[in-house]
Design a protein around this ligand. Structure first.
Ligand code: ZN
Length: 256
């Protein structure tokens, strides 16, 4: 059974680690590598050209300082000129953790919303899926904007949030993806219990490090085999059924 890592920051691994990951990826059919900023987009472009299994999404991660006007222009111009290489817009969204830690002002948060709005407009115009970092209180805000533009293809990666928002996302046909923390996080297990398997994918968000049985290990897409086992237990389905459905969902969503 093959797996697709629907969200990884492959550009943040070293060249040696990337070669190792792809060498040891018989079970991995594809990796969707999302971008953090312009230099990250450039590295992802190199990687997707080098490795057939790698697909690239281009965007600006919200959990960092806002781009200056010229950085923003450069980024959008670069994305436009590399449009054909892009599988989706991402990673974009809202800076939940920066805001929680009191690291941004109300005005800066509003600017993040404006930037996200711009990415949503572009995703609509470009007819590309959008990969979102939008958790807890930020998820309903992002849903408002997605609904404004009647966006169909929204992927909330590593989703965390309340039941009401889950129900809204399910109704809108949005997808979520689950990281290996499903093995030890009850909060994620609860979301997987209620979210339809047909709107679910798996990911690692690597190189983000995991805990529990993964403590001290470099995050590798092969870890998703454990996620599939846990999803199968929660959904009361066989491991094969879950693996195949998640694979088909991801292929369908990203038109792979
Ligand atoms: Zn990410």
């Amino acid at each position: 059974m093959k797996m697709i890592d629907a969200h990884i920051h492959l550009d943040q691994y070293s060249d040696k680690e990337i070669a190792m990951i792809l060498d040891d990826a018989n079970r991995i059919e594809a990796l969707i590598s999302v971008s953090f900023n312009l230099s990250s987009c450039e590295r992802n472009l190199q990687l997707l050209k080098k490795y057939a299994k790698v697909y690239g999404a281009f965007g600006y991660h919200p959990e960092q300082r806002l781009p200056s006007d010229s950085e923003k222009n450069d980024l959008f111009q670069w994305i436009c000129s590399n449009f054909d290489e892009m599988i989706a817009v991402g990673e974009v969204g809202l800076p939940y953790y920066l805001r929680k830690d009191g690291k941004i002002t109300r005005n800066q948060f509003e600017e993040h919303i404006e930037l996200l709005n711009l990415f949503i407009q572009k995703a609509k115009k470009w007819e590309k899926p959008i990969i979102l970092h939008a958790v807890y209180d930020d998820a309903p805000i992002v849903c408002d904007y997605l609904e404004n533009y009647s966006i169909q293809k929204a992927h909330f990666h590593w989703f965390k949030g309340d039941l009401k928002t889950c129900e809204r996302m399910i109704k809108n046909g949005y997808y979520i993806s689950v990281t290996p923390d499903i093995v030890y996080e009850e909060e994620i297990q609860k979301i997987v219990k209620i979210y339809p398997i047909d709107q679910m994918m798996i990911e690692t968000d690597g190189p983000w490090p995991f805990e529990g049985p993964f403590t001290g290990k470099m995050t590798h897409p092969n870890m998703m085999a454990d996620s599939i086992n846990m999803i199968a237990r929660i959904k009361n389905l066989t491991v094969n059924e879950v693996g195949n459905r998640l694979l088909e969902n991801t292929k369908h969503f990203y038109q792979l």
